[in-house]
Design a protein. Structure first.
Length: 275
């Protein structure tokens, strides 16, 4: 089910952007057996995938599974296989299915492993595909990663005919501890920090070329993950920058991105910084 959702949205995006699509299936086997898995075994796995997809996909999508070059089967761990295929020149997007009942499918290893190392955006489809993507939310903290995600989201919104909401959350700092508990700092200090953060956000938004795109900039004082989850009923897609570089830790990926993918109901596109 999770993979089928990902395939459906991937086919829709490929059609919209006039892109080719690869449906990638990793043949699970112990590492020691990978060299032994031959062409016949991989072909049998590919045929099994094709038959299953033909039984589940609608007629308009069947051409994507009837031609051999659309389905790739390869021995290895799922994240490694996906990253290897994505490293090929011309790959612009990875689409994965998220399994909300258990957080992330494969206990999150595949999604987190791909997000931490992918050289292109990663779309995680957490539920059924909506009819259209018309409202895109981009949370920004004004880091290079979040502004790179905003630039990509503007391009997508223009192509999709979508509106864009840019969200910046100010988190009131706990400046010191009293009796072992965090205590809010002096009001005038927090007010100054909030005013400075709002001014910087508004200045960055005013300096962007929106190319006529319908958009709004929202500044709130809130926990970012909580705020995004509260807004999800009014959006179709979240586009976020991540700090993923190496490893699989949710701290490396960024707790906000990981939380939204794990707990949210809308798809999330995660982008690492281009560098």
């Amino acid at each position: 089910g999770a993979a089928e959702n990902a395939i459906n949205v991937g086919i829709d995006l490929a059609a919209h952007f006039d892109a080719t699509i690869e449906l990638v299936h990793a043949v699970s086997a112990p590492h020691s057996r990978w060299p032994e898995i031959g062409t016949a075994e991989l072909e049998a796995a590919r045929e099994a995938v094709r038959v299953k997809l033909e039984a589940s996909l609608s007629g308009a999508r069947l051409p994507y599974v009837s031609e051999e070059h659309h389905i790739i089967t390869q021995a290895g761990h799922a994240a490694e296989v996906i990253l290897e295929r994505a490293a090929l020149e011309g790959t612009g997007l990875i689409v994965l299915g998220g399994h909300r009942r258990h957080g992330l499918f494969n206990i999150g290893n595949t999604v987190k492993g791909v997000m931490a190392q992918a050289g292109c955006p990663v779309w995680v489809q957490t539920g059924p595909v909506k009819s259209a993507t018309k409202r895109i939310l981009v949370p920004v903290d004004l880091s290079d990663e979040s502004l790179a995600a905003l630039a990509a989201a503007r391009t997508w919104a223009l192509s999709l005919g979508a509106t864009l909401t840019v969200l910046h959350c100010f988190v009131s700092p706990e400046l010191y501890y009293g009796h072992g508990y965090p205590v809010p700092g002096p009001t005038y200090v927090v007010d100054k920090l909030r005013d400075d953060a709002r001014a910087e956000f508004e200045a960055v938004m005013a300096g962007l070329d929106w190319a006529g795109l319908e958009h709004q900039a929202v500044f709130v004082e809130s926990n970012p993950a909580t705020q995004i989850l509260e807004m999800q009923d009014d959006i179709d897609l979240v586009v976020m920058g991540t700090h993923g570089r190496t490893g699989l830790s949710s701290m490396i990926l960024g707790n906000v991105t990981y939380t939204i993918i794990r707990e949210g109901t809308v798809p999330v596109v995660a982008l690492r910084h281009p560098d």
